[in-house]
Design a protein around this ligand. Structure first.
Ligand code: SF4
Ligand code: SF4
Length: 342
């Protein structure tokens, strides 16, 4: 939840001044627009021009979560004029259709959380690193944060307590390690739940941390890949910048250089996959072109993703430019001498 207590004395208005998508006529203009948001003014420029990259949440030095406020106002005022039929279809698409089948897990052992992707990304969850893990997956465990992209935070609020309950039903305990294959899940179970006072009944572990620890245990089997990669940082990672260090540690172990390109870290550029939903289709090609040219300029041979949707959105264009697409666990598997059967 947005915390406005620091905003009146905020000197930099970093949340808006650092926004890559909205131009402000100096800090006073940004301050004025911030005040409009706080006043819940439907005519604030930010609501319409925002593309929902989540960046302002990371830029705010006070951890105030301005994007929570922006997104709630976007739901209230519909500044993107979203097609209601498309939004309803999306809401229905990720709602569990069948009753939860309870298969109890061993709470003393780690659990791989496959989120909604056990089938679509099943091949990327295979290999020695994953094969012996117990797992959960499917819509009953879907993180639901995607609804921020269609300005429906109320759907997230409604469904997340049910998802947390589903975890309880399968027997997780406070110290059960739940490895989040999906970056967005980790963002949900750490940042989102914490700021919304939702108790998480297990210990979330980010995929990068899990991959690093696995590699460390099998360090003698690693053959360095000697590869230059560009990192396509997904929007949900703005909630959990602390996970970045794990990526760097993995890269170092497997002999991968993360190129110091312009659109990485705080300057990460949205993949654009959700632009058309928000009536911002015209931004899609220029954004993707800028992003991919940046990777080429820094001689990246491959692109590493933390989000299946970003990968799906950019993979074709990257392949055309001779840049391969991977999740970091895929690269880890290659470094361990495994082959990828896709
Ligand atoms: S949200 Fe953060 S950065 Fe933005 S005005 Fe408030 S305190 Fe400043
Ligand atoms: S979410 Fe992104 S586009 Fe929207 S205001 Fe924040 S930084 Fe700007």
């Amino acid at each position: 939840m947005f915390d406005k207590s620091f905003c009146a004395s905020c000197e930099g208005i970093d949340c808006l001044m650092n926004c890559q998508w909205i131009d402000f006529n100096g800090i006073d203009d940004a301050r004025l627009e911030m005040q409009k948001l706080i006043n819940e003014d439907a005519n604030g420029r930010v609501l319409q021009e925002c593309i929902a990259c989540f960046g302002c949440d990371e830029y705010c030095p006070n951890n105030s979560h301005p994007f929570d406020l922006i997104n709630e106002l976007q739901e209230k005022h519909n500044p993107w004029n979203m097609n209601p039929a498309m939004v309803s279809k999306m809401i229905d698409m990720y709602e569990p259709k069948r009753t939860l089948e309870i298969r109890e897990i061993d709470p003393t052992k780690p659990v791989l959380n496959k989120c909604a992707f056990p089938k679509v990304n099943g091949k990327q969850m295979k290999g020695k690193m994953f094969d012996n893990l117990q797992s959960v997956g499917g819509l009953h465990y879907f993180c639901n944060l995607v609804y921020q992209h269609v300005a429906k935070p109320s759907v997230i609020k409604e469904r997340v307590p049910i998802v947390l309950d589903n975890f309880k039903k399968i027997g997780v305990q406070k110290n059960t390690e739940v490895i989040c294959w999906h970056d967005e899940c980790y963002g949900l179970y750490t940042s989102y739940c914490e700021r919304n006072d939702l108790e998480v009944p297990f210990k979330p572990v980010h995929l990068y941390e899990y991959v690093y620890n696995y590699l460390k245990q099998h360090e003698s089997e690693i053959k360095k890949l000697n590869l230059k990669i560009a990192y396509q940082r997904g929007c949900s990672n703005r909630y959990i910048p602390e996970t970045d260090k794990w990526l760097d540690k993995v890269c170092e172990l497997i002999g991968v250089e993360r190129v110091a390109r312009q659109y990485d870290k705080e300057q990460a550029l949205c993949c654009g996959g959700a632009f058309p939903w928000k009536g911002k289709k015209e931004l899609l090609i220029p954004t993707q072109t800028k992003n991919i040219e940046d990777m080429i300029q820094y001689s990246a041979e491959a692109c590493v993703f933390n989000c299946p949707a970003c990968k799906e959105t950019l993979e074709k264009q990257l392949t055309e430019k001779g840049i391969k697409s991977y999740f970091i666990s895929d690269l880890a598997r290659l470094a361990l001498g495994e082959s990828l059967d896709y």
